[in-house]
Design a protein around this ligand. Structure first.
Ligand SMILES: [Zn+2]
Length: 88
C-alpha cells in the first residue's frame, strides 16, 4: 500500500476516468447482485449489521454476506466476495 498520496495518482491512463467513476458514486443509491442467489437489491434498502469497527450487509433474500467493511489500524478494508455485481 502506498504511503504517499502522489503514489496513488493514475494520471494519463484512459482507464483512470472509469475508475474514478467507479469509486465516486453514492453507495446507497446502487444496486447489488447477490453471488449466491442472483437477487438484485437496492443497497440502501438492505439492513446493516455491526458497529463502528465492522459492518456487514446481507442479502435480503438468502442472508448471504454481500459486503463487509472493517476498520483496521492502517485504514479500512472493503470485501465484496458475496456480490456478483454492483450497478451504479
Ligand atoms: Zn442472496
Amino acid at each position: 500500500m502506498a504511503d504517499n498520496i502522489a503514489d496513488l495518482i493514475l494520471g494519463g491512463d484512459p482507464g483512470t476516468h472509469l475508475l474514478q467513476q467507479a469509486f465516486s458514486f453514492d453507495i446507497t443509491l446502487t444496486k447489488i447482485r447477490c453471488a449466491a442467489c442472483n437477487t438484485v437489491s437496492g443497497l440502501g434498502s438492505l439492513a446493516v449489521d455491526g458497529g463502528s469497527l465492522e459492518v456487514r450487509v446481507r442479502c435480503a433474500d438468502c442472508g448471504s454476506d454481500l459486503m463487509r467493511a472493517r476498520r483496521t489500524q492502517k485504514g479500512c478494508v472493503l470485501e465484496m466476495q458475496g456480490a456478483r455485481h454492483l450497478y451504479f
